[in-house]
Design a protein around this ligand. Structure first.
Ligand code: RNT
Ligand code: ZN
Length: 411
């Protein structure tokens, strides 16, 4: 293994890339790992089933059913993922300990056990208000024509800001709060403006509370369609991009939320010419926003290249996928590790040389170097990185998951 790494290192030196520096940088990139892969976006509120135009498919056994199971599974997954990361929670993962509260009444105490969990493991926490899987989200939430419904969800979101503020204060690292709502229409809307005007007003009301902007980073996440909302989503890309710019909050790009030929890799550098930071949900859509587990495909590689060229401090990274057709710990491990492999690939890319070739319009050479680069031994660098980080290499990864599965049979 060592020999293979040494020869890989030399191969990268020949194109002007330092593998040691690449591994150092990779180890320092935090990814906010979504808790909701572990239990198929169910949460701990009891009776709710998943709504909001998102769907988990598959019937592989073993989803986490309690906070204890989910925490144990997250621990197992973290042990398979190199580097130090963050945990991304949804409001529906509140732990009530016998005293349930509705979404508009959520408070920091409902997340105390999560804060302890995070503190013990040195993780930062990010947060998401949950605008789906609730009786009051049946028709619409922040864009509702019913003022009581709107007031309920505004209150929920404000409560979540306070919870995120608590996370940041307790853990000493800012918390990203991402607002995604499922509001939209199956059929061609008669009025496209009204719901958006109401959403705008709701967001204004939410942001009018005082909160510590150094502790809570608020982001808005757009979408082009959802299941049952094929014709119109209120929170469209243009809506949120403009809202975020005008109100000095963050825009969050989920790469499953655009028309299939649109590229989030292309959006990142454009956004960053106008804002300091951009937030991402990394996922994999197959024909639709299906939230498949991230793999090391061209889309992810291109996104990673833009992140590395922009500077990793400018792109806030989170994962967002949910697959119930495979072992859920494996899903986390495969997905996050694939994103890290894409980042490693980008860190091993001779960006300056490639850029120069583009500027000098040496397109033949550029094409050739790109193709040469694709076959360099990145796998040997990845294995070395895993070994340095004391996590399993790809070989043997399945056995680790299978062993845990056997010890934790859930029927
Ligand atoms: C839905 C959005 C949203 C959710 C999570 C559970 O299409 O991507 O981010 O996946 O909030
Ligand atoms: Zn998302």
């Amino acid at each position: 293994m060592n020999e293979r790494y040494i020869s890989a290192k030399d191969a990268y030196v020949s194109i002007g890339v330092d593998t040691e520096a690449a591994m150092r940088e990779l180890a320092a990139i935090p990814i906010s790992i979504h808790c909701w892969q572990g239990d198929d976006v169910t949460g701990f509120e009891g009776d709710s089933h998943l709504t909001g135009g998102i769907q988990v498919t598959g019937n592989y056994p073993g989803r986490a059913r309690t906070p204890e199971e989910l925490m144990a599974d997250i621990d197992m997954a973290l042990g398979l993922i190199p580097g130090r990361h963050r945990l991304n929670l949804h409001a529906s993962y509140a732990i009530f300990q016998g005293h349930p509260a509705d979404r508009d009444e959520l408070a920091p105490r409902h997340f105390k056990l999560w804060v302890e969990f995070a503190r013990q493991r040195g993780l930062g926490l990010d947060f998401n208000p949950t605008f789906f899987s609730h009786p009051k989200s049946q028709h619409a939430t922040l864009s509702s024509e019913d003022s009581d419904i709107r007031a309920f969800w505004i209150k929920h979101c404000r409560a979540c800001i306070k919870i995120a503020e608590y996370f940041a204060a307790e853990l000493g690292t800012p918390s990203l709060l991402d607002i995604w709502i499922p509001d939209g229409f199956k059929e061609i809307p008669a009025d496209r403006t009204g719901p958006r005007a109401r959403l705008k007003d709701s967001l204004d009301q939410i942001l009018s509370i005082s909160y510590d902007k150094t502790k809570v980073l608020i982001a808005v996440e757009s979408k082009v369609f959802g299941i049952g909302m094929e014709s119109y989503t209120v929170g469209s890309h243009e809506f949120y991009m403009n809202y975020a710019a005008k109100n000095n909050i963050l825009c969050l790009l989920d790469n499953g939320h655009y028309h299939p030929t649109e590229s989030v890799a292309d959006k990142i550098p454009s956004m960053l010419l106008f804002s300091d930071k951009v937030a991402l949900h990394v996922t994999r859509s197959v024909r639709w926003d299906s939230d498949h587990v991230i793999l090391l495909n061209d889309e992810i590689k291109e996104i990673a290249r833009e992140i590395i060229q922009a500077g990793t401090d400018r792109v806030i990274l989170a994962t967002d996928f949910f697959d119930a057709s495979v072992n859920r710990i494996a899903a986390w491990a495969i997905g996050v590790r694939s994103l890290q492999k894409a980042l490693l690939n980008a860190l091993l890319t001779p960006h300056d040389r490639l850029r120069r070739m583009q500027d000098e319009r040496r397109f033949t050479e550029l094409l050739m170097l790109e193709e040469e680069f694709k076959l360099l031994p990145i796998g040997d660098v990845w294995n070395r990185f895993c070994a340095e980080q004391k996590v399993q290499t790809d070989q043997g990864l399945y056995d680790r998951v299978a062993e845990y599965e056997k010890l934790n049979v859930r029927v």
